[in-house]
Design a protein around this ligand. Structure first.
Ligand SMILES: Cc1cc2nc3c(=O)[nH]c(=O)nc-3n(C[C@H](O)[C@H](O)[C@H](O)COP(=O)(O)OP(=O)(O)OC[C@H]3O[C@@H](n4cnc5c(N)ncnc54)[C@H](O)[C@@H]3O)c2cc1C
Length: 555
């Protein structure tokens, strides 16, 4: 307790305020995440995840997060003599966070060490650094995700993969060959079309005949190109054979700056530590990746992985909000009792905990499908095909509602920047927009159902693994299948169907692997509808104390 004292005039004592939640291990303090890593095969890397978890929750990294967000990146298009330089300057804390990511292999672990469970371990480590800052997750996720697309062009993969998977971070803008490690971005979206990339007008002209791996010159623009200080980008551009994919480095082979001109940086709602630019390519040098005219299927290899990261990033955001809410409620009293003892606050915290547990368990399960699909398991590849857009859609959709309610648990303090909650809130809608917005995810599920009906079978076989344990799940999943079988106005019903699929999958995983009280309340509310329209409307009889204890950060 501290007394506030002007000379001779003590005004009040500071009491009943919370403490900062920092200098804790965001991995070991999270029971649900630890259990999920172990269950899904990530145990081999647990010591490394613990190290990243300690760094991600350190007071220093949390400070870096605030500084990187508060001191926005600045674009320098020209030097003082008028030469184009197209550089973005970041606050030193941004570079510290990038170093934390890269040294923790959050961009590369499964490609460096393709062990069973490597995507799971990497997913957990990625979530741990995201605790300190979300914006740096963007270039990290793109660098992790580019590898499967790049491998479509083996000689390019041979040259670039060692750079993209290096554990040394070097933020300088110099030719990649002169750096110990490099990062990759992605540029698809144009002014006239983002979701509909067929509308792209950027063109690529062959330099020496063209074809897979050959040199091209790219002319056109991109309306969104995040992390423009990356060393190379996968870019979509039109050729004679249609939309094609290219690897476009910041420097040409003769060491000149490539003709990729940064026009301006976006003034964004959130994700401010990350720079998102508008660019023009004026005959920029690039090499084709994969076959001409097959650009979308090639770059989709990358996008599938970034979609996994959207689910992970949203799950991480929910955990951050929840741990802050539980922490605050444990340190603040009102009306004679700690908030955490107040029955209605217990209901709110438990409801937030249920959503967080469902998001963490299902996104780590999804990471395991990536592991197994990369190892050649066909059923996992089918499960992944449908579960990626289903979970990307639903987990990201839940994030803003979760963030706003977690923020309110801190009362007025939650609305103040220093708490970190406004940042969490500003960040929360983004995951649902990029890498395919909500409707695009829902329509992708329909597309997958038509093109590979066996993916539907694999998806529901997974859900049915829990059949017999909870009648509410059995009935809900069967009704969902019936909804799916009804093709009447299916496009307009796509969100509804996909939401139900996500809930069925999350319920099945919770019933098998989650806490009993959490699974029971999830089925009662999300499946049976014994619930209101806001968080904190769990039915009477829910074991809130048990749910909160399970989610309380273990310090
Ligand atoms: C901060 C930020 C960073 C980004 N960074 C990058 C980047 O690095 N590289 C990159 O390539 N892109 C990037 N993007 C772009 C992002 O991927 C697109 O904004 C997104 O894919 C949506 O495209 P759009 O903005 O053109 O919207 P549109 O495609 O015009 O969509 C507008 C709305 O219509 C919906 N919609 C679209 N088609 C249909 C349909 N058939 N039926 C029903 N609804 C439909 C969409 O779901 C969306 O809600 C970034 C975006 C943001 C906000």
């Amino acid at each position: 307790m501290e007394t506030i004292q002007a000379p001779g005039h003590a005004t009040h004592e500071v009491r009943n305020q919370s403490q900062p939640l920092e200098d804790f291990n965001v991995f070991t303090s999270d029971t649900v995440l630890r259990e999920a890593v172990s269950r899904e095969g990530g145990d081999f890397a647990v010591e490394r995840i613990e190290a990243v978890g300690a760094a991600g929750g350190s007071a220093e990294a949390i400070r870096w997060g605030f500084e990187a967000e508060g001191n926005r990146p600045e674009l320098k298009t020209h030097d003082r003599f008028g030469h184009r330089i197209d550089e973005v300057e970041f606050h030193p804390s941004y570079h510290q966070l990038m170093k934390l990511h890269v040294e923790g292999a959050t961009h590369a672990l499964p490609w460096r060490e393709p062990e069973p469970g490597a995507h799971v371990a990497r997913a957990a480590a990625f979530m741990c650094v995201s605790a300190a800052d979300a914006g740096t997750g963007c270039p990290i996720s793109m660098t992790y995700s580019v590898i499967p697309a790049l491998r479509k062009q083996p000689e390019l993969a041979e040259e670039w993969e060692p750079r993209f998977t290096s554990l040394e971070y070097d933020g300088r803008l110099v030719p990649a060959a002169e750096k110990p490690g490099a990062l990759c971005g992605m540029a698809m979206t144009e002014k006239q079309g983002g979701s509909d990339v067929r509308a792209n007008t950027t063109t690529a002209e062959p330099v020496n005949g063209g074809g897979p791996g050959a040199e091209y010159e790219i002319t056109g623009h991109k309306w969104f190109c995040s992390a423009p200080m990356c060393d190379a980008f996968l870019v979509l551009a039109q050729t004679e054979s249609g939309a094609s994919c290219f690897l476009l480095p910041r420097f040409t082979p003769d060491g000149e700056r490539n003709r990729m001109h940064l026009q301006r940086l976006k003034d964004k709602l959130g994700n401010r530590s990350n720079a998102s630019s508008e660019v023009e390519f004026r005959g920029a040098w690039a090499r084709m990746v994969g076959e001409g005219g097959r650009g979308v299927p090639t770059i989709i290899e990358m996008v599938n992985h970034t979609r996994l990261d959207c689910a992970l990033g949203s799950a991480s955001g929910m955990r951050r909000g929840l741990e802050q809410a539980i922490w605050h409620a444990s340190h603040r009293s009102a009306f004679g009792k700690e908030l955490i003892e107040q029955p209605l606050m217990q209901n709110v915290l438990s409801d937030l905990a249920i959503e967080s547990e469902a998001a963490t368990i299902s996104s780590l399960w999804l990471a395991r499908q990536f592991d197994q699909a990369h190892a050649g398991d066909e059923q996992s590849a089918l499960r992944r095909r449908l579960a990626t857009p289903v979970l990307k859609y639903w987990i990201c959709k839940r994030a803003p509602w979760h963030a706003v309610e977690a923020l309110e648990c801190l009362g007025g303090n939650g609305y103040v920047e220093e708490s970190g909650m406004p940042r969490l809130f500003r960040e929360s809608p983004l995951m649902s927009i990029w890498e395919g917005s909500g409707n695009v995810q829902a329509l992708d599920v329909l597309r997958a159902m038509v093109k590979s009906p066996e993916a539907v079978e694999a998806f529901f076989a997974e859900v049915e693994e829990a059949f017999g344990s909870d009648n509410r799940l059995d009935a809900f999943a069967e009704a969902t299948r019936r909804e799916l079988g009804d093709l009447e106005q299916i496009e307009s019903r796509a969100r509804r169907v996909v939401e139900r699929m996500a809930l069925a999958l999350q319920a099945s995983l919770l019933v098998r692997y989650g806490d009993e009280a959490v699974a029971d309340a999830f089925c009662a509310t999300r499946l049976e509808g014994d619930w209101g329209n806001a968080f904190g409307t769990l039915p009477a009889g829910t074991d809130c104390s048990r749910i909160i204890e399970r989610h309380r950060p273990l310090l």
